[in-house]
Design a protein. Structure first.
Length: 237
């Protein structure tokens, strides 16, 4: 009988605490999927020039074009966030002097954009990367991530399922051990969301421009997996 109980405890990856604690400690988990209803893109506006002021002016002009695309696709102000803005000197290595030589300045303006019409995300991406681009300024989309504004609701539902799973395990162990559960001593939990990423590199914008009037970009978001895990301690008599 003792061997049977021990095997059951190992199967459930749980344990009965020391006798003086009078606890059954169990874990439970649940996972749910949901379709994304938003796309978060990292849009990079860059420019370079011989002076810092010229580089900033070029970046400002380029961003105006990008902002027009945002407006055309009716992106709200609260869905546009500057993530990073940098102005740095650029250097090249001079073989003759064997020293770095400053040749100009580079501006990089990274903007996080939340696009809420996932069905039109491909067209939005195409509109961004076909902005006028030359050797001194341009637009890149470095990566995109899928998300949903319903994730919290789904996480709450998964939490309830995880707690029920833990409780069921505790009841099975208590029954096999010949004891009864009195109440819950404590419960802790953690949650994670696995989003389907789509990494994109700096070459994407150049490839898109070279493609010209090729077929529009199609993006597939897959599903977001929300996983919740709980650890529960039950007092026994």
């Amino acid at each position: 009988m003792k061997k049977t109980i021990a095997a059951l405890i190992l199967t459930f990856a749980t344990c009965i605490a020391h006798a003086d604690d009078r606890l059954i400690i169990v874990s439970g988990s649940a996972e749910k999927g949901l379709d994304p209803n938003m796309v978060i893109m990292n849009v990079e506006v860059w420019s370079k020039a011989t002076t810092a002021k010229q580089a900033q002016q070029l970046a400002a002009t380029q961003y105006k074009q990008v902002k027009k695309t945002f407006d055309d696709f009716k992106i709200k102000k609260e869905d546009i966030q500057t993530d990073n803005y940098s102005l740095n000197p650029e250097y090249i290595y001079d073989q003759k002097t064997q020293q770095n030589k400053m040749v100009g300045f580079r501006v990089v303006n990274n903007v996080l954009v939340t696009f809420r019409n996932v069905a039109d995300a491909g067209n939005f991406l195409d509109a961004l990367v076909v902005e006028k681009k030359g050797t001194d300024s341009g637009v890149n989309v470095n990566n995109i991530n899928w998300d949903s504004d319903q994730r919290q609701r789904v996480e709450t539902a998964a939490l309830a399922d995880a707690v029920h799973s833990a409780k069921a395990k505790a009841e099975e162990i208590a029954k096999a051990a010949g004891v009864k559960i009195k109440n819950v001593a404590r419960i802790s939990h953690g949650a994670s969301a696995i989003r389907p990423p789509m990494p994109m590199n700096r070459g994407f914008a150049m490839k898109a421009m070279a493609a010209g009037d090729s077929a529009p970009t199609e993006l597939s978001g897959g599903q977001i997996k929300v996983r919740v895990e709980v650890t529960a301690e039950y007092e026994i008599n």
